[in-house]
Design a binder for this molecule. Structure first.
Ligand SMILES: Nc1ncnc2c1ncn2[C@@H]1O[C@H](COP(=O)(O)OP(=O)(O)OP(=O)(O)O)[C@@H](O)[C@H]1O
Length: 308
Protein backbone atom coordinates (compact mmCIF):
# COMPACT_ATOMS: atom_id res chain seq x y z
CA UNK A 1 0.00 0.00 0.00
CA UNK A 2 1.13 3.57 -0.76
CA UNK A 3 2.36 5.38 2.35
CA UNK A 4 -0.04 8.12 3.47
CA UNK A 5 2.90 10.41 4.09
CA UNK A 6 6.25 10.34 2.39
CA UNK A 7 9.29 12.52 3.08
CA UNK A 8 12.42 12.45 0.99
CA UNK A 9 15.68 14.18 1.87
CA UNK A 10 13.96 16.86 3.92
CA UNK A 11 16.39 19.35 5.46
CA UNK A 12 15.88 22.66 7.22
CA UNK A 13 18.51 25.25 7.99
CA UNK A 14 17.02 28.28 9.77
CA UNK A 15 18.14 31.82 8.92
CA UNK A 16 20.29 31.67 12.05
CA UNK A 17 22.38 29.02 10.25
CA UNK A 18 21.13 26.26 12.59
CA UNK A 19 20.37 22.99 10.81
CA UNK A 20 17.27 21.64 12.55
CA UNK A 21 16.65 18.79 10.08
CA UNK A 22 19.25 16.91 8.14
CA UNK A 23 18.16 14.82 5.11
CA UNK A 24 15.18 13.07 6.66
CA UNK A 25 13.55 10.20 4.75
CA UNK A 26 10.35 8.84 6.29
CA UNK A 27 7.26 6.90 5.15
CA UNK A 28 4.17 6.72 7.35
CA UNK A 29 1.78 3.81 6.80
CA UNK A 30 -1.95 4.36 6.54
CA UNK A 31 -3.69 3.75 9.86
CA UNK A 32 -0.64 3.40 12.07
CA UNK A 33 0.34 5.16 15.27
CA UNK A 34 3.86 6.47 14.77
CA UNK A 35 5.78 7.94 17.68
CA UNK A 36 8.61 10.32 16.97
CA UNK A 37 10.95 10.32 19.92
CA UNK A 38 13.67 12.81 20.57
CA UNK A 39 15.14 15.03 23.23
CA UNK A 40 14.42 18.77 23.40
CA UNK A 41 15.58 20.60 20.32
CA UNK A 42 15.92 17.39 18.24
CA UNK A 43 13.82 18.79 15.38
CA UNK A 44 10.41 17.21 16.05
CA UNK A 45 8.36 20.41 15.89
CA UNK A 46 10.30 21.59 12.85
CA UNK A 47 9.44 18.34 11.07
CA UNK A 48 5.73 18.63 11.88
CA UNK A 49 5.70 22.30 10.92
CA UNK A 50 7.22 21.49 7.53
CA UNK A 51 4.68 18.74 6.85
CA UNK A 52 1.84 21.10 7.82
CA UNK A 53 3.16 23.88 5.59
CA UNK A 54 4.00 26.23 8.47
CA UNK A 55 7.77 26.12 7.86
CA UNK A 56 9.34 25.89 4.40
CA UNK A 57 11.98 23.19 4.04
CA UNK A 58 15.41 24.13 2.67
CA UNK A 59 15.44 20.98 0.52
CA UNK A 60 13.39 17.84 0.02
CA UNK A 61 9.92 16.70 -0.97
CA UNK A 62 6.84 15.88 1.11
CA UNK A 63 3.84 13.98 -0.26
CA UNK A 64 0.68 13.98 1.87
CA UNK A 65 -1.64 11.30 0.52
CA UNK A 66 -0.22 12.00 -2.93
CA UNK A 67 -0.34 15.82 -2.63
CA UNK A 68 2.91 17.78 -2.79
CA UNK A 69 3.03 19.80 0.44
CA UNK A 70 4.93 22.64 -1.25
CA UNK A 71 3.17 22.85 -4.62
CA UNK A 72 -0.33 21.85 -3.44
CA UNK A 73 -0.30 23.17 0.14
CA UNK A 74 -4.07 23.49 0.57
CA UNK A 75 -4.83 20.00 -0.67
CA UNK A 76 -2.03 18.58 1.46
CA UNK A 77 -3.03 20.53 4.57
CA UNK A 78 -6.69 19.48 4.29
CA UNK A 79 -5.60 15.89 4.92
CA UNK A 80 -3.98 16.85 8.22
CA UNK A 81 -5.25 17.73 11.67
CA UNK A 82 -2.67 19.36 13.91
CA UNK A 83 -2.77 19.56 17.68
CA UNK A 84 0.13 21.84 18.52
CA UNK A 85 2.12 21.79 21.74
CA UNK A 86 0.82 25.15 22.91
CA UNK A 87 -2.87 25.60 23.60
CA UNK A 88 -3.94 28.19 21.06
CA UNK A 89 -7.68 28.80 21.08
CA UNK A 90 -9.98 31.76 21.44
CA UNK A 91 -10.56 31.59 25.19
CA UNK A 92 -13.85 33.54 24.92
CA UNK A 93 -15.47 31.21 22.41
CA UNK A 94 -17.70 28.37 23.55
CA UNK A 95 -16.75 24.71 23.39
CA UNK A 96 -19.74 23.89 21.19
CA UNK A 97 -18.79 26.32 18.46
CA UNK A 98 -14.98 25.75 18.39
CA UNK A 99 -15.01 22.66 16.15
CA UNK A 100 -17.75 24.06 13.86
CA UNK A 101 -15.71 27.22 13.36
CA UNK A 102 -12.46 25.33 12.61
CA UNK A 103 -14.29 23.17 10.07
CA UNK A 104 -15.39 26.33 8.28
CA UNK A 105 -11.78 27.54 8.07
CA UNK A 106 -10.99 24.50 5.94
CA UNK A 107 -13.83 25.38 3.60
CA UNK A 108 -15.83 22.29 4.52
CA UNK A 109 -19.64 22.41 4.42
CA UNK A 110 -21.12 22.63 7.93
CA UNK A 111 -21.90 19.27 9.52
CA UNK A 112 -23.29 19.87 12.99
CA UNK A 113 -23.98 16.19 13.57
CA UNK A 114 -20.31 15.33 12.95
CA UNK A 115 -19.02 18.16 15.16
CA UNK A 116 -21.44 17.25 17.96
CA UNK A 117 -20.33 13.62 17.78
CA UNK A 118 -16.71 14.79 18.13
CA UNK A 119 -17.62 16.58 21.36
CA UNK A 120 -19.33 13.45 22.64
CA UNK A 121 -16.35 11.26 21.73
CA UNK A 122 -14.01 13.63 23.50
CA UNK A 123 -16.19 13.81 26.63
CA UNK A 124 -16.83 17.49 25.98
CA UNK A 125 -20.56 17.28 25.37
CA UNK A 126 -21.51 18.32 28.91
CA UNK A 127 -19.26 21.35 28.52
CA UNK A 128 -20.59 22.45 25.15
CA UNK A 129 -22.00 25.71 26.51
CA UNK A 130 -18.92 26.58 28.60
CA UNK A 131 -16.42 29.23 27.55
CA UNK A 132 -13.06 27.65 26.77
CA UNK A 133 -11.33 29.76 29.40
CA UNK A 134 -13.49 28.11 32.07
CA UNK A 135 -12.07 24.64 31.29
CA UNK A 136 -9.21 22.80 32.96
CA UNK A 137 -5.94 22.38 31.02
CA UNK A 138 -6.83 18.81 30.10
CA UNK A 139 -10.26 19.82 28.79
CA UNK A 140 -8.70 22.64 26.75
CA UNK A 141 -6.44 20.05 25.18
CA UNK A 142 -9.50 18.00 24.24
CA UNK A 143 -10.97 21.09 22.56
CA UNK A 144 -7.74 21.38 20.58
CA UNK A 145 -8.20 17.79 19.42
CA UNK A 146 -11.85 18.44 18.47
CA UNK A 147 -10.75 21.45 16.41
CA UNK A 148 -7.98 19.43 14.75
CA UNK A 149 -10.46 16.69 13.77
CA UNK A 150 -13.22 19.09 12.67
CA UNK A 151 -12.43 18.85 8.94
CA UNK A 152 -12.24 15.03 9.01
CA UNK A 153 -8.50 14.70 8.36
CA UNK A 154 -6.91 11.33 7.59
CA UNK A 155 -3.74 12.17 9.53
CA UNK A 156 -3.62 13.57 13.04
CA UNK A 157 -0.44 15.13 14.40
CA UNK A 158 -0.18 15.38 18.14
CA UNK A 159 2.83 17.39 19.27
CA UNK A 160 3.61 16.32 22.85
CA UNK A 161 -0.04 15.43 23.56
CA UNK A 162 0.43 14.74 27.23
CA UNK A 163 3.15 17.22 28.22
CA UNK A 164 2.25 18.65 31.60
CA UNK A 165 -0.94 16.62 32.09
CA UNK A 166 -1.51 14.36 35.09
CA UNK A 167 -1.25 10.59 34.94
CA UNK A 168 -5.00 10.01 34.83
CA UNK A 169 -5.53 12.38 31.95
CA UNK A 170 -2.56 10.88 30.15
CA UNK A 171 -4.21 7.45 30.33
CA UNK A 172 -7.48 8.97 29.06
CA UNK A 173 -5.60 10.58 26.21
CA UNK A 174 -4.00 7.26 25.28
CA UNK A 175 -7.42 5.58 25.21
CA UNK A 176 -8.74 8.35 23.01
CA UNK A 177 -5.82 8.06 20.59
CA UNK A 178 -6.42 4.30 20.46
CA UNK A 179 -10.08 4.87 19.57
CA UNK A 180 -9.15 7.29 16.79
CA UNK A 181 -6.76 4.76 15.34
CA UNK A 182 -9.45 2.08 15.48
CA UNK A 183 -11.52 4.35 13.24
CA UNK A 184 -8.74 4.49 10.68
CA UNK A 185 -7.04 7.80 11.49
CA UNK A 186 -3.27 7.74 11.03
CA UNK A 187 -1.65 9.22 14.11
CA UNK A 188 1.78 10.74 14.43
CA UNK A 189 2.77 11.85 17.88
CA UNK A 190 5.92 13.43 19.16
CA UNK A 191 6.88 12.77 22.69
CA UNK A 192 9.75 12.68 25.03
CA UNK A 193 7.82 10.41 27.36
CA UNK A 194 9.20 7.09 26.27
CA UNK A 195 6.43 5.36 28.22
CA UNK A 196 3.96 6.95 25.84
CA UNK A 197 5.63 5.43 22.80
CA UNK A 198 6.01 2.11 24.55
CA UNK A 199 2.31 2.05 25.37
CA UNK A 200 0.83 3.30 22.13
CA UNK A 201 3.01 3.21 19.06
CA UNK A 202 3.04 0.66 16.27
CA UNK A 203 6.34 2.09 15.04
CA UNK A 204 8.90 4.35 16.58
CA UNK A 205 11.30 6.85 15.03
CA UNK A 206 14.18 8.29 17.01
CA UNK A 207 15.41 11.74 16.04
CA UNK A 208 18.37 13.59 17.49
CA UNK A 209 20.10 16.74 16.27
CA UNK A 210 17.96 16.78 13.14
CA UNK A 211 18.88 13.28 12.04
CA UNK A 212 16.44 10.39 12.00
CA UNK A 213 18.55 7.73 13.67
CA UNK A 214 16.16 4.82 13.36
CA UNK A 215 12.64 3.82 12.33
CA UNK A 216 11.44 0.45 13.52
CA UNK A 217 8.39 -1.56 14.59
CA UNK A 218 8.18 -1.05 18.33
CA UNK A 219 8.00 -4.73 19.21
CA UNK A 220 10.83 -5.60 16.79
CA UNK A 221 12.94 -2.82 18.27
CA UNK A 222 12.38 -4.05 21.78
CA UNK A 223 13.12 -7.61 20.72
CA UNK A 224 16.23 -6.65 18.83
CA UNK A 225 17.75 -4.40 21.42
CA UNK A 226 16.03 -5.66 24.54
CA UNK A 227 18.09 -7.40 27.19
CA UNK A 228 17.09 -8.97 30.45
CA UNK A 229 18.99 -9.00 33.67
CA UNK A 230 18.98 -11.36 36.61
CA UNK A 231 20.37 -9.88 39.82
CA UNK A 232 21.42 -12.17 42.66
CA UNK A 233 22.09 -10.73 46.13
CA UNK A 234 24.89 -12.89 47.49
CA UNK A 235 25.13 -14.05 51.09
CA UNK A 236 28.93 -13.58 51.00
CA UNK A 237 30.53 -11.00 48.69
CA UNK A 238 32.80 -12.23 45.89
CA UNK A 239 36.17 -10.61 45.17
CA UNK A 240 36.04 -11.76 41.53
CA UNK A 241 33.90 -13.86 39.23
CA UNK A 242 35.15 -17.47 39.44
CA UNK A 243 36.62 -18.87 36.21
CA UNK A 244 34.07 -21.73 36.34
CA UNK A 245 31.35 -19.17 35.57
CA UNK A 246 33.08 -18.00 32.39
CA UNK A 247 30.34 -19.22 30.03
CA UNK A 248 27.73 -16.80 31.39
CA UNK A 249 27.81 -13.02 30.85
CA UNK A 250 28.22 -11.92 34.46
CA UNK A 251 29.24 -8.78 36.28
CA UNK A 252 29.76 -7.94 39.93
CA UNK A 253 28.31 -4.81 41.46
CA UNK A 254 27.70 -3.41 44.91
CA UNK A 255 31.23 -4.28 46.16
CA UNK A 256 30.83 -7.89 45.16
CA UNK A 257 27.49 -8.35 46.93
CA UNK A 258 25.49 -8.52 43.72
CA UNK A 259 26.01 -10.82 40.77
CA UNK A 260 24.33 -9.70 37.57
CA UNK A 261 23.60 -12.01 34.65
CA UNK A 262 22.63 -10.26 31.39
CA UNK A 263 20.92 -12.39 28.78
CA UNK A 264 19.03 -12.09 25.53
CA UNK A 265 15.36 -11.46 26.29
CA UNK A 266 14.25 -13.50 23.27
CA UNK A 267 16.58 -16.48 23.57
CA UNK A 268 14.91 -19.87 23.77
CA UNK A 269 17.20 -20.93 26.60
CA UNK A 270 18.05 -18.34 29.18
CA UNK A 271 20.88 -20.29 30.79
CA UNK A 272 19.46 -19.50 34.22
CA UNK A 273 18.85 -23.06 35.51
CA UNK A 274 22.39 -24.16 34.63
CA UNK A 275 23.83 -20.99 36.17
CA UNK A 276 21.94 -21.62 39.41
CA UNK A 277 23.11 -25.25 39.49
CA UNK A 278 26.71 -24.12 38.96
CA UNK A 279 26.43 -21.56 41.76
CA UNK A 280 25.15 -24.31 44.03
CA UNK A 281 28.10 -26.56 43.09
CA UNK A 282 30.49 -23.70 43.85
CA UNK A 283 28.80 -23.01 47.20
CA UNK A 284 27.88 -19.50 46.18
CA UNK A 285 24.66 -18.80 48.08
CA UNK A 286 22.25 -15.97 47.40
CA UNK A 287 19.48 -14.57 49.56
CA UNK A 288 17.39 -12.82 46.93
CA UNK A 289 16.94 -12.59 43.19
CA UNK A 290 15.41 -10.07 40.89
CA UNK A 291 14.87 -9.86 37.13
CA UNK A 292 14.43 -6.78 35.00
CA UNK A 293 13.89 -6.03 31.33
CA UNK A 294 15.51 -3.18 29.45
CA UNK A 295 12.85 -0.74 28.40
CA UNK A 296 12.44 1.43 25.34
CA UNK A 297 13.95 4.12 27.54
CA UNK A 298 17.24 2.20 27.94
CA UNK A 299 17.32 1.65 24.19
CA UNK A 300 16.62 5.32 23.51
CA UNK A 301 19.28 6.56 25.94
CA UNK A 302 21.84 4.20 24.35
CA UNK A 303 20.99 5.43 20.84
CA UNK A 304 20.99 9.14 21.62
CA UNK A 305 24.02 8.78 23.90
CA UNK A 306 25.98 7.05 21.14
CA UNK A 307 25.44 10.08 18.89
CA UNK A 308 26.58 12.61 21.53
N1 LIG B 1 12.57 29.77 13.91
C1 LIG B 1 13.73 29.26 14.31
N2 LIG B 1 14.90 29.89 14.07
C2 LIG B 1 16.07 29.36 14.45
N3 LIG B 1 16.21 28.18 15.09
C3 LIG B 1 15.09 27.50 15.36
C4 LIG B 1 13.80 27.99 14.99
N4 LIG B 1 12.87 27.08 15.39
C5 LIG B 1 13.56 26.08 15.99
N5 LIG B 1 14.88 26.33 15.97
C6 LIG B 1 15.95 25.45 16.49
O1 LIG B 1 15.92 24.24 15.79
C7 LIG B 1 16.17 23.14 16.69
C8 LIG B 1 15.02 22.14 16.63
O2 LIG B 1 13.88 22.74 17.23
P1 LIG B 1 12.47 22.00 17.32
O3 LIG B 1 11.52 22.93 18.00
O4 LIG B 1 12.12 21.46 16.00
O5 LIG B 1 12.85 20.79 18.30
P2 LIG B 1 11.90 19.79 19.09
O6 LIG B 1 12.49 18.44 18.87
O7 LIG B 1 10.49 20.00 18.73
O8 LIG B 1 12.14 20.23 20.59
P3 LIG B 1 11.09 20.37 21.81
O9 LIG B 1 10.82 18.98 22.26
O10 LIG B 1 11.91 21.15 22.80
O11 LIG B 1 9.92 21.11 21.27
C9 LIG B 1 16.38 23.74 18.07
O12 LIG B 1 17.77 23.88 18.29
C10 LIG B 1 15.72 25.10 17.96
O13 LIG B 1 16.36 26.03 18.81
Amino acid sequence: MQPILSLRQVSKTYASGHTALDHVDLDIHRGEIFALLGPNGAGKTTLISIICGIVTPSTGTILVDGNDAIRQPRAARSKIGLVPQEIAVDMFSRVGSAARYSRGLFGKAPDHAYCDQLLKDLSLWDKRDAKIMELSGGMKRRVMIAKALSHEPDILFLDEPTAGVDVELRRDMWKLIGRLRDRGTTIILTTHYIEEAEEMADRVGVINRGKLLLVEEKTALMKKLGKRELDLSLVEPLAAIPAELGEWQLSLTDDGHRLRYTFDAQAERTGIPSLLRKLHDLNIAFKDLDTSKSSLEDIFVDLVGAQA
